[in-house]
Design a protein around this ligand. Structure first.
Ligand code: MN
Ligand code: MN
Length: 340
């Protein structure tokens, strides 16, 4: 807005962008009084033309939340438009913070990095994340091309060693994404965020390019089939086998080569009240734990384990936002469902 309190005029010839009305997640809208409210309005066509917004009003059950900018044009709750399935970007850490990571410099090996696109516990001593957590549904997927702009993460505190793309050069290991490039394709910024070096681990090429890419594609196919997926990926142990043979570290000891790479997917039909639905047994839980070796099988389904097994191996508490009784039930199981 300009000083007069008006939106600047749209330059001639740049009109025409349309937008979808913000689809606030009901879990956020309904939140406790005084809780945070998150809204998003996303432009869905028109290239780089501007987005023209007017008639915005924030409403609560008690009426206008703030003085309305203009007369309300939000449909009444009974509007038929509301019955459509809500496809919203949900909290990347909705299932919990498995290691109680915080952005405190006193815990550099369990340092919380929370980005719009994913959240992680970064381990400065290992030069890789402990775990990365993200939400995947159609609201995260578009047609943005792969950016390939691997680079150091400017969000890391100054005192931390900055892993760069050169850190992996000649190591015999791939720069393996945790949150995959193809899971973040709505726009260039989202895709580019997946190429920050904090999102990488030294991953055996056969694990990255065969086993893992197959698993990642399976996750996206589940979304195409109408599901949303909460994903947590991590690693543990020390020592893997890449193209140059076995190594425990790369980059002169500054980056640990993990021995095992794991992933947990919680899959449920696209919808709302996700935590309640998961607790009620309406989700499929898939957990995979693979060796970081060239000898790994391309068939990820062979590596299915229970969430409990990953928790035992890592000391993490996964799915910690799910009520304990349901966690116990869901975490003990080993998935036997379809794998393609
Ligand atoms: Mn949802
Ligand atoms: Mn747990």
């Amino acid at each position: 807005m300009d000083k007069s309190g008006r939106w600047p005029p749209v330059p001639a010839g740049r009109r025409g962008g349309t937008y979808q009305r913000a689809a606030p997640h009901p879990e956020h809208l309904r939140g406790k009084s005084g809780g945070k409210l998150r809204l998003e309005i996303r432009k869905t066509d028109g290239g780089n033309t501007r987005l023209n917004l007017d008639d915005i009003a924030l409403l609560t059950a008690a009426g206008a939340a703030t003085p309305a900018v203009a007369p309300a044009s939000v449909p009444a709750p009974s509007s038929p438009a509301r019955t459509a399935v809500v496809v919203s970007r949900d909290d990347n850490m909705a299932l919990g913070n498995p290691s109680g990571a915080t952005s405190s410099l006193s815990t550099p090996n369990n340092y919380l990095l929370s980005k719009h696109q994913y959240a992680m516990s970064y381990n400065a001593g290992r030069g890789i994340p402990n775990w990365v957590s993200w939400h995947l549904n159609r609201a995260w997927m578009g047609s943005a091309p792969r950016q390939d702009d691997f680079r150091p993460d400017p969000a890391l505190p100054r005192g931390f060693y900055q892993v760069s793309t050169g850190s992996y050069l000649g190591s015999g290991f791939d720069r393996g994404h945790n949150c995959p490039s193809a899971d973040r394709t709505t726009d260039l910024d989202d895709n580019s965020a997946t190429f920050l070096m904090t999102n990488m681990i030294p991953q055996a090429a056969n694990n990255n390019q065969r086993t893992w890419s197959g698993l990642e594609e399976y996750g996206r196919r589940l979304v195409d089939a109408g599901n949303e997926v909460y994903i947590i990926m991590g690693n543990y142990g020390k020592g893997g086998t890449g193209l140059n043979g076995r190594a425990t570290t790369i980059d002169q000891g500054r980056i640990t080569v993990p021995a095992r790479i794991w992933k947990v997917l919680v899959v449920l039909p696209e919808g709302t009240n996700d935590l309640q639905r998961i607790a009620a047994g309406q989700a499929r839980v898939l957990a995979i734990d693979t060796p970081n070796d060239q000898s790994v099988s391309p068939d990820w389904s062979r590596y299915r384990v229970s969430v409990d097994a990953i928790e035992e191996a890592t000391g993490l508490d996964l799915l910690s936002n799910i009520p304990l009784e349901a966690q116990d039930r869901l975490e003990a199981r080993v998935d036997t469902g379809p794998t393609r």
